[in-house]
Design a binder for this molecule. Structure first.
Ligand code: A2P
Length: 333
């Protein structure tokens, strides 16, 4: 159902007990989003659990169709299978913003980062939230594309364990105290792992192809040359991405710094002589993308290297979704 302008919006949160679900709540509270009734939904395991938020105690329910009736917005982050089953049902009653990968490449579903393609936001249906690494990368990429036209991108990511949810965080904590890995294929406390999500026949992982395909969709450039290598690293939170970009137009580093500094959502941290570059100390707990290590790629004409860090659970997931809803109610309705 199409969202209409109201004083307060009733919100259903699917996956409310998870890492991203809990952050949906935190961000809605911090942003003072005009929330009316709230329904918290998860699996049967969490039914009956009480969560205190929005100045009230809310009892978690198992996802069910009736729970979406009377709601205005549904925020989903309970994995692809739950979204595939329940997001179409929820969209009969509410606008859905889905953090899973289930609908990202569906041509009927916009894939949105508010700083980049807010005009794609719709009032109804399912809006997909991009992959965490795509979100933080596409913001500086779009800033550069607007000014210098991006012709080729090669991403390398360094991704925190929180991107894999509670299971990922627990595996890092437990392997640090000597337990055997339960989730990652190797002991994440002792190695970086160049393997996120499953491998495909082309030798890339699904995570890597998400970065490729989502970049093209968000920029509306279906044949843009993009490739990616995604690596899990032994830190709890905030992803880093090294981005090699080939630009059509010539540029100076000062021009690039200027373009990035003036783009919404970006903070430039680039003073290497004083050890200033993007680190998780900056990004953890907020919704900005920190960009630095800005330099010419010595291997190709008009090549640029940049490095960015962002909180993968906030800007890479929950905050981006809430910002989509905020943009919709403030700028579109
Ligand atoms: P639950 O806590 O009841 O298992 P994370 O990625 O941080 O592990 O969080 C996953 C979220 O998705 C949790 O809220 C989890 O609920 C929820 N979830 C997992 N499987 C289902 C399911 N089959 N139906 C509804 N929610 C689910």
């Amino acid at each position: 159902m199409a969202l209409v302008k109201k004083d307060k919006y009733n919100v259903a949160i699917v996956g409310a007990t998870g890492v991203v679900g809990q952050t949906f709540i935190k961000v809605l509270e911090e942003y003072k989003f005009p929330v009316g009734e709230v329904r918290l939904l998860a699996s049967a395991r969490s039914k009956g659990k009480v969560i205190h938020c929005f100045n009230r105690d809310i009892v978690v329910d198992e996802v069910n169709e009736d729970a979406f009736k009377g709601m205005d917005i549904s925020l989903f982050s309970a994995g692809g299978e739950v979204s595939l089953k329940w997001a179409p049902i929820a969209s009969k009653y509410t606008l859905v913003i889905d953090n899973s990968s289930a609908f990202r490449m569906d041509p009927k579903c916009p894939l949105v980062v508010p700083e980049v393609n807010p005009k794609d936001i719709t009032k109804e249906g399912i809006i997909a939230n991009p992959n965490c690494t795509t979100i933080q990368s596409i913001i500086p990429v779009k800033a550069l594309d607007d000014k210098f036209k991006v012709v080729r991108i090669n991403y390398t990511s360094y991704q925190a364990v929180s991107g894999a949810g509670m299971k990922g965080i627990n595996d890092l904590k437990n392997t640090r105290i000597g337990e055997a890995p339960q989730f990652f294929p190797y002991n994440i406390s002792k190695t970086v792992i160049p393997h996120i999500d499953t491998f495909l026949d082309n030798g890339y992982t699904k995570e890597e192809m998400k970065m490729v395909n989502e970049t093209r969709k968000i920029l509306h450039k279906p044949s843009l040359a993009v490739s990616a290598t995604c690596v899990r690293v032994p830190i709890e939170n905030s992803h880093a991405v090294s981005i090699a970009i080939e630009l059509e137009k010539e540029f100076t580093i000062d021009e690039v710094r200027d373009v990035l500094s003036n783009y919404p959502g970006i903070v430039v941290k680039d003073d290497p002589k004083n050890n200033i570059y993007p680190v998780t100390d900056y990004s953890n707990g907020n919704d900005l993308v920190y960009v630095g290590r800005i330099r010419k790629d010595l291997s190709v004409k008009n090549g640029l290297l940049i490095y960015c860090v962002a909180d993968n659970i906030r800007k890479g997931a929950a905050a981006n979704a809430v910002q989509i809803a905020k943009y919709l109610i403030e700028e579109i309705l």
